[in-house]
Ligand binder design. Structure first.
Ligand SMILES: [Zn+2]
Length: 216
């Protein structure tokens, strides 16, 4: 399983809220570029899409970074920031590698980040629990991972209880994104990850089964 971030949202987001999210992310895009998280469009080609109805981006496919073989990548316990491969510490372990910084292996693109104002129809990977629609983005801790976390912090700020944000990793892996948002948008340090509602649903189901057993 790759390093990924997941979130749970309602099918439709109001025009006002989506506009605020897109506008704040647009502000952050140039900041992210300056710190090494260059953004591209779907598939890592062209320009990112940021408009009234959709935010879609990836890292750039033809980024110019030197090619290296990293395999599956996860952040080390104290990982943060973005680094060049020459300055990144890589620790090998059974399931892949852990790295000290977000790093590119020669292709800054991984999975497209897609956030639509209105979900059109259920995709095969999406399912809903308690009315929440699950979505995710696998980033493999590449540089654009910072932009994905920043976007989710922005979305949480504007949507509050209408989105559950469950990023992978530990709070210190989101610290730089929180800090950047705080500096440029005036919020972010208050971000706290939500509980995964799948776990909550599982607990609910377990307690229902237990109650049934005790009553029978
Ligand atoms: Zn790259």
């Amino acid at each position: 399983m790759s390093y990924m971030h997941q979130w749970f949202r309602m099918r439709e987001i109001s025009e006002d809220a989506f506009y605020s999210i897109a506008a704040d992310f647009f502000t952050m895009a140039s900041v992210l570029q300056q710190v090494g998280a260059a953004l591209a469009g779907p598939g890592g080609i062209g320009a990112p899409i940021v408009n009234h109805n959709a935010v879609v981006f990836n890292g750039p496919k033809n980024c110019g970074h030197s090619k290296t073989s990293l395999g599956l990548v996860f952040p080390a316990q104290h990982a943060g920031g973005i680094g060049e491969i020459s300055e990144v510490e890589v620790y090998h372990w059974l399931a892949g590698n852990t790295v000290s910084h977000r790093v590119c292996d020669g292709n800054c693109a991984y999975q497209d980040f897609v956030f639509l104002r209105t979900l059109q129809e259920r995709s095969p990977v999406e399912f809903s629990v308690y009315g929440w629609h699950q979505q995710f983005c696998k980033t493999s801790f590449k540089p654009y991972d910072l932009a994905v976390v920043a976007f989710l912090i922005i979305a949480k700020h504007h949507l509050r209880d209408e989105i559950l944000v469950c990023p992978d990793g530990a709070p210190n892996h989101w610290f730089d994104a929180k800090h950047l948002c705080q500096m440029h948008l005036g919020y972010g340090m208050d971000f706290v990850a939500d509980e995964d509602p799948i776990d909550m649903a599982w607990l609910e189901e377990q307690s229902r089964v237990l109650r049934g057993l005790m009553e029978s």
